[in-house]
Write a protein that binds this ligand. Structure first.
Ligand code: 1BN
Ligand code: ZN
Length: 295
């Protein structure tokens, strides 16, 4: 009897160990999966705000999030752009915690409007979308004390030349919404990812970003053996973190802004899937998953 009981105890312990191991395995960030999501997003073709392809991609993002344990909301607005009024919509997935505080990871899904050219933005718009969709899978399988928000921004790109009022349409709108709602004070950290799929990965130190948050990310990368991908090179770069930074949020931009020789793939028809790698997505994914635990 005693023997039978201890056997069943052993079996239960083994079952629990297997369950824990599988939960941990399920929580690993897969660069291959992130790249596959990216490929699906890019297959919609050029995805400028207001386009049919942009709407179809929104449907795809929503369909991937729907089966997960997250609350999906939409932040729709009409942006005044140099090309006129354009409907835009951010997609927000909240993975609830219990601490009352929040961590936000953001990226954009739109591609730069380039009339007459086929700009598919595999890295610029595609990789951030694929990255966030894979991060959603990881968060779905992991417990976390803080609310974690994943935000898919529309309208990051400028219609023509970038300026304070042309570009970051979605992030400016959400920063205003969250300010009104009293959400900004709950945010421990906001990290934006952009162009992180580049095969030749090199993330610059964005100088307007929060220095302590940047140090945490760089230290985490070094600890994981990924130091060489997180450069010593520092440069101010405007992106979707900026509207939040301007409102006092602890925010950081992770961007590889050296895409191809002399950045020649950036905003050109050369920004295609063959310039990306699973490994680059996985490096940034593993670093961010570790940072989310320690921020
Ligand atoms: C990043 C990717 N950005 C646009 N696509 C923001 C940016 C705009 C970065 C102008 C540098 C210059
Ligand atoms: Zn761009």
């Amino acid at each position: 009897m005693l023997r039978k009981k201890s056997l069943s105890r052993a079996a239960r312990a083994l079952a629990i160990a297997c369950f824990v191991a599988s939960a941990v395995a399920a929580a690993d960030f897969s660069g291959a999966a992130a790249l596959e999501y990216t490929r699906k997003a890019v297959a919609f073709g050029p995805r400028p705000p207001g386009s049919e392809a942009n709407r179809k991609l929104q449907g795809y993002i929503e369909a991937q999030l729907k089966p997960l344990h997250c609350q999906i909301s939409f932040d729709a607005f009409t942006a005044q752009t140099p090309a006129g009024s354009v409907p835009m919509r951010n997609i927000i997935a909240k993975f609830p915690g219990s601490s009352g505080r929040a961590i936000v990871v953001t990226g954009h899904f739109d591609t730069k409007p380039m009339p007459g050219r086929v700009f598919v933005g595999a890295n610029d718009g595609g990789s951030s979308t694929g990255f966030l969709l894979e991060l959603a899978q990881v968060l779905n399988a992991t417990s976390h004390p803080d609310d974690i928000y994943l935000v898919f921004f529309d309208g990051e790109e400028a219609f023509g030349e970038w300026s304070d009022t042309n570009g970051t349409f979605g992030s400016r709108f959400l920063a205003d919404t969250w300010a009104r709602e009293g959400m900004l004070g709950r945010i421990k950290a906001l990290i934006n990812v952009d162009m992180i799929g580049d095969k030749d990965l090199g993330i610059l130190q964005e100088t307007m970003s929060s220095a302590p948050l940047r140090r945490l990310v760089w230290q985490t990368a070094t600890d994981l053996g990924y130091g060489k991908y997180f450069l010593n090179f520092a440069q101010a770069t405007e992106d979707d973190h900026l509207p939040f930074l301007k409102k006092g949020v602890n925010a950081l931009d992770l961007i590889d802004f050296d895409f191809g020789p002399n950045n020649e793939y950036w905003h050109t028809e050369k920004d295609t899937m063959d310039k990306l790698s699973e490994h680059s997505c996985e490096v940034v994914g593993n670093v961010l998953v570790a940072v989310l635990r320690n921020v």
